[in-house]
Design a protein around this ligand. Structure first.
Ligand code: I3S
Length: 130
């Protein structure tokens, strides 16, 4: 039950719709581009999928709706509430990866954002132990 494999299994956490934008790419600040994203946290990896609305028309089949846009390695990452200067939106989280990328994550429903904050914090903590 506590082998490394079983620990990996316990890292299945959450999935849902969020708004997100990357703001720093490998240490370089980039222009915000908020979009909605089917977001999956599994095995210490957070995957933001492409907004199906951004897919070219005629290509809106099921598989085009689950194309990963960003995969984020959570080991060693920092997650917390973003300061007011980072965005005018409400309920914004800031996620900084060890690889030097930063993302903002937002949703108008506070309980949804606080659940994601808790589960990402817990995932980062768990990854520290294995
Ligand atoms: O940090 P900024 O530059 O105020 O972010 C805003 C811009 O990304 C804006 O797009 P343009 O760069 O095309 O003006 C977005 O529409 C806004 O949503 C961004 O600000 P918020 O406060 O919503 O994160």
């Amino acid at each position: 039950r506590h082998s490394p494999d079983s620990l990996q299994c316990h890292l299945l956490e959450k999935a849902g719709i969020l708004n997100k934008t990357k703001v720093v790419d490998n240490g370089k600040k980039i222009r915000k581009n908020w979009s909605q994203s089917w977001t999956v946290l599994h095995g210490g990896i957070l995957t933001f999928h492409k907004d199906p609305k951004s897919a070219p028309t005629g290509n809106a089949n099921k598989s085009s709706q689950i194309v990963p846009e960003y995969t984020v390695e959570l080991r060693g990452a920092l997650i917390g509430r973003a300061s007011k200067e980072k965005s005018s939106k409400k309920n914004v989280l800031e996620l900084k990866t060890r690889q030097g990328c930063e993302y903002l994550i937002q949703y108008d429903t506070e309980s949804i954002i606080s659940d994601w904050l808790k589960v990402i914090q817990e995932s980062v903590r768990q990854l520290d132990l294995v």
